[in-house]
Design a protein around this ligand. Sequence first.
Ligand code: NAP
Ligand code: ZN
Ligand code: ZN
Length: 347
Amino acid sequence: MTAANAYAAQSKTSQLAPFNFERREPGPHDVQIEILYCGICHSDIHQVRDEWGGSIYPMVPGHEIVGRITSIGAEVKNFKVGELAGIGCFVDSCRTCPNCLANEEQYCDNGMTGTYNGRDKEGNPTYGGYSTQIVVDEKYTLHVSENLPIEGVGPLLCAGITTYSPLRHWNIGKGHKVAIVGLGGLGHMGVKFAASFGAEVTVLSTSTSKKNDALALGADHFAVTKDADTMKSLQGSFDFILNTVSAQHDYNDYLNLLNLNGTMVVVGVPPQPSIVGAFNLIGKRRSLAGSLIGGIKQTQEMLDYCAEHGIVSDVEVIKADYINEAYERILKSDVKYRFVIDIASMK
Ligand code: NAP
Ligand code: ZN
Ligand code: ZN
């Protein structure tokens, strides 16, 4: 067993605070990683505060993990000690259902094992990346390039793949008019990927303050959703909308912005549902869809694409004792554009 220092929430109303626990000894197929950086995803806040239900405490959040391998099990084939490695949102799945066999482990019929707030096959709670160490089967471990600025890599493991995957699934590229709704952690990665794939990108934001950033990230246009005239003028203008909004909102407002055969993919997970009007779908044969992170194979493909194209997340690196304040800033949409914890500050 290896002692790990961490930050944990003890209940849905408590602040994150220092916590110690032990990681298992690496088994034959495991890699042990000394964590260097971990991103803060809005899903961490939803789960720490039990906004989706079923949260397990104490909870050590964090599923945007990058670090260096310090030891490997005897049977490990694809990783070496000293290499950089990444861990995303899940650390296991059944490996036998059709979705696991199709490299879509995130949709495992028997339920993937979340990196945190989950239970492993022995029923023990899983603890995430707000910690100094993690031990994971190599099958769920990603290769990370030495050529990218390492602070910006962690967020690729969730915000990156969650936006890359639907853009690839719907074959978005040149000739497509794409809107990204919400310029936060997911949204800013969505802008980078959609622009890199050749689409014409519009950012739809609640805040005028993010306009210059949106254009610098690669967007062609920027519009403020609180302005009724702007929203009216945008009706029917997009082929594809990636909706990353984390709080309750009305899907109908955005569905109306789709052109004929357009699709809105929801990746944001507000705790409250939105009622969808049939007329907003049938009028232009529109589709409303959802997408959950991405499988291990595609996550590696995304990381390799980022290494090739020099894409990372724009981050604000923080020390562990700033996590609670970072949460409050995220809730105010005051994040540019991902907080990343320097795990050295937990030692
Ligand atoms: P984030 O950094 O907080 O960004 C969310 C953005 O949504 C904000 O920056 C803001 O953008 C916009 N927003 C917030 N409240 C809004 C409101 N009331 N109305 C309209 N827009 C609003 O969060 P994130 O980490 O990107 O995560 C976004 C959501 O995706 C969360 O619900 C998270 O749980 C979910 N998620 C899903 C997956 C998946 O696999 N599907 C993976 C990761 C995360 P503006 O300031 O530009 O308006
Ligand atoms: Zn996440
Ligand atoms: Zn499965």
